[in-house]
Write a protein that binds this ligand. Structure first.
Ligand SMILES: Nc1ncnc2c1ncn2[C@@H]1O[C@H](COP(=O)(O)OP(=O)(O)OP(=O)(O)O)[C@@H](O)[C@H]1O
Length: 650
């Protein structure tokens, strides 16, 4: 059954979601929170669920992707030269006049449908006639070529006619110089052996005006700005890629970038073709595939996201604006008059690729460009353009919208800012490594998946996140890790829990189980002593989560059953479980097994076992979908001492 389900969901992309979500930090997961909102709940020691809506999300994702792709293609067919135009020419030559838009439509419409021509709004009968006859010849040519026979003389005539009167066929619908020709030319150049050199040269030329402009300003202000201190590739563990938002996917991207450069369009909704080309060319300059990755890292910094903008004090940019440096040395962006044009400038909060949000810096256009020509290259300037364009658009929309709509937009923006602020907080430190005599800690940030965890220097971690560091050290030292537990095989005699044990809630004395919750816990313990699997069913919100956690904590403390416990939950309740565990059973090492493939691998590599290959966590929280996907890993790597399922009726 499980296998079948896995097959069923096999088409899902595994990695979809690294980015998103809130939750437990990984959010990525595609599982649906769709299935919640049920009126009744249950947890069971046994039980099985299997209704995952796992397929849905990826389905829609791929659907929309392919949809847009194909539409793009059609459009291109209509516009581009080459064989596609033979077809579009036949359908659109007449009457298309010089309207590119209609030409496109026709081109993408159909090539040999007579009705299409009537629709195309031709303006002159004679031209239509001429076009029809030439269309006919083209049509027959196409038929011939389709059937494998090419009438050479007819073709030659047609070709000649095309060359002489390209407009007749809608090949060239306006007198304006067509960009496609250039592109074709470049593509031809690229096909030559020295492909990269050519590309780079051409793109360098393309940038030449830019460069000269910049170099002027550089000459004026020859400041050197250092890049943010680089993270090292830690040596201790294999999976030591530079932690980054798309660290895992990063490498993937780099691999695919060779072949799928053109596909970049998909995530840039608003960019015109020119811009795409522009960016492609930019990339040609920036990325030298013949150089090692390390060298590229050394020389470039990439804008991953522009988060915010402000009017800031001129020069209050760069490393001095790291949040921790501001805390230590004060904010350079104080004591200035925002209305004083001499002093003020527009600045942007930049999230750098490969760096945690605590290393975000404020930058101005100038500071970014200065860096580009001094210490390192800044890639991803397009993001900045897009950001400013979006802001401008929003300003326009704001002026047109009703106050309610404006308020809604502002709330959305606030929420987004809050989300970014949460990424400045550590959720968990989960590994340590040495590199070049320096110690680094692997840090998972709040509301970001493990794939976006980053290695941070010991000094910084000690200064900024001492509590989390201490928690990590306690966990690493803990001897309460899963091992053979006699009580598992030979269940003890049931002894009721008469009052709330001290270990429950850790140092928090305010937490107290309610009477009926004590009853529930005792019933769970009693059932466990009898080797019974059970379903705990109750009204919503009465505290089944807490009772279950108390039960696990009881086994942990009373019978030294340190797990591993597997908790399978709907994604929507996972956060609550994580929170309640931290509150009621803080001494248990609970990990959240969630996220894209990279994240899950990181979890298995770092959170799962100690250096002696022994399981080092006490409980795992995961979802049905992940369980189905990673059933082998979850089944084979652990001998679960107990399985608890929330919303088991699913
Ligand atoms: N003894 C308690 N002390 C403090 N807060 C409690 C207690 N019991 C329950 N709560 C709070 O009540 C809320 C609901 O609890 P919980 O989520 O455990 O209920 P549930 O039965 O699992 O709910 P649902 O049926 O929606 O899953 C939570 O915010 C929880 O912190």
């Amino acid at each position: 059954m499980l296998e079948k389900r896995l097959d069923d969901s096999g088409s899902e992309s595994d990695d979809q979601g690294s980015g998103s979500g809130s939750g437990s930090g990984s959010g990525s997961d595609n599982d649906s929170d769709n299935n919640d909102n049920n009126t009744s709940k249950s947890k069971a020691g046994s039980g099985s669920d299997n209704e995952s809506g796992s397929g849905s999300e990826s389905g829609s994702g791929s659907g929309s992707g392919s949809g847009s792709d194909s539409s793009d293609n059609e459009k291109d067919d209509g516009n581009d030269s080459g064989s596609g135009q033979q077809q579009s020419g036949s359908g659109s030559g007449e009457g298309s006049g010089d309207d590119d838009g209609s030409g496109d439509e026709e081109g993408s419409g159909s090539d040999d449908d007579g009705t299409e021509h009537d629709k195309s709004g031709s303006s002159s009968r004679s031209s239509r006639k001429g076009a029809n006859s030439s269309k006919d010849s083209l049509k027959s040519e196409k038929q011939d070529s389709r059937s494998g026979y090419m009438r050479r003389s007819g073709l030659d005539e047609d070709l000649q006619m095309w060359e002489e009167n390209p407009d007749v066929y809608g090949i060239r619908r306006s007198g304006r110089e067509r960009k496609q020709t250039d592109r074709m030319q470049i593509e031809k150049d690229e096909a030559k052996p020295k492909k990269r050199g050519n590309r780079r040269r051409s793109s360098a030329n393309w940038h030449s005006s830019d460069l000269s402009e910049q170099s002027d300003s550089d000459d004026d202000t020859p400041k050197k700005k250092k890049p943010p201190a680089k993270k090292p590739p830690p040596k201790k563990k294999k999976n030591s890629k530079r932690g980054s938002s798309s660290e895992g996917s990063d490498s993937d991207n780099q691999q695919t970038r060779h072949s799928s450069r053109g596909n970049k369009v998909s995530y840039k909704e608003e960019e015109s073709d020119d811009e795409e080309e522009e960016e492609d060319d930019e990339d040609m300059v920036d990325v030298d595939w013949s150089q090692s990755q390390a060298q590229e890292d050394e020389n470039t910094q990439t804008i991953e996201k522009v988060i915010d903008k402000r009017i800031g004090k001129k020069g209050a940019v760069g490393m001095q604006t790291y949040i921790y440096d501001v805390k230590k040395n004060g904010d350079p962006n104080t004591d200035f008059d925002p209305n004083d044009r001499e002093q003020a400038e527009e600045q942007y909060l930049i999230k750098w690729k490969g760096w945690a949000h605590i290393h975000n810096t404020w930058e101005s256009n100038e500071s970014l460009l200065t860096q580009k020509f001094n210490a390192f290259q800044v890639k991803g300037m397009k993001k900045l353009e897009n950001f400013t364009r979006k802001e401008d658009d929003l300003d326009i929309v704001r002026r047109r919208c009703s106050p309610e709509e404006v308020e809604y937009m502002e709330i959305q923006q606030e929420l987004e800012k809050d989300l970014f602020t949460s990424h400045l907080k550590v959720e968990r430190i989960f590994a340590e490594a040495e590199d070049n005599g320096e110690t680094y800690f692997y840090v998972k940030w709040e509301n970001l998946p493990y794939a976006e965890a980053t290695w941070e220097l010991e000094n910084l971690v000690e200064e900024e996140f001492p509590d989390h560091l201490e928690d990590f050290r306690v966990r690493e030292r803990s001897t309460c890790t899963p091992k053979q537990c006699p009580a598992l095989k030979h269940r003890p005699k049931f002894v009721p829990m008469k009052c709330q044990p001290d270990y429950l809630g850790g140092d928090n004395d305010t937490l107290e189980l309610r009477d009926y919750q004590m009853d529930g816990v005792n019933w769970l313990i009693h059932s466990w002593c009898k080797h019974n699997s059970v379903i705990l069913a109750d009204e919503m919100g009465l505290g089944k989560t807490i009772q279950t956690i108390t039960f696990a904590s009881y086994l942990f403390h009373t019978h030294h059953m340190y797990g591993p416990y597997l908790l399978v939950l709907p994604l929507s309740t996972l956060n609550a479980w994580q929170r309640e565990f931290a509150k009621w059973a803080p001494d248990m090492n609970v990990i959240v097994y969630l996220g894209d493939r990279d994240s899950r691998k990181i979890i298995r590599d770092y959170e799962w076992t100690s250096s002696s290959k022994k399981i080092k966590f006490n409980a795992v929280l995961t979802t049905y979908e992940i369980l189905l996907r990673d059933q082998e890993e979850l089944r084979d790597t652990c001998s679960w001492s107990s399985i608890m399922i929330d919303e088991a009726h699913r």
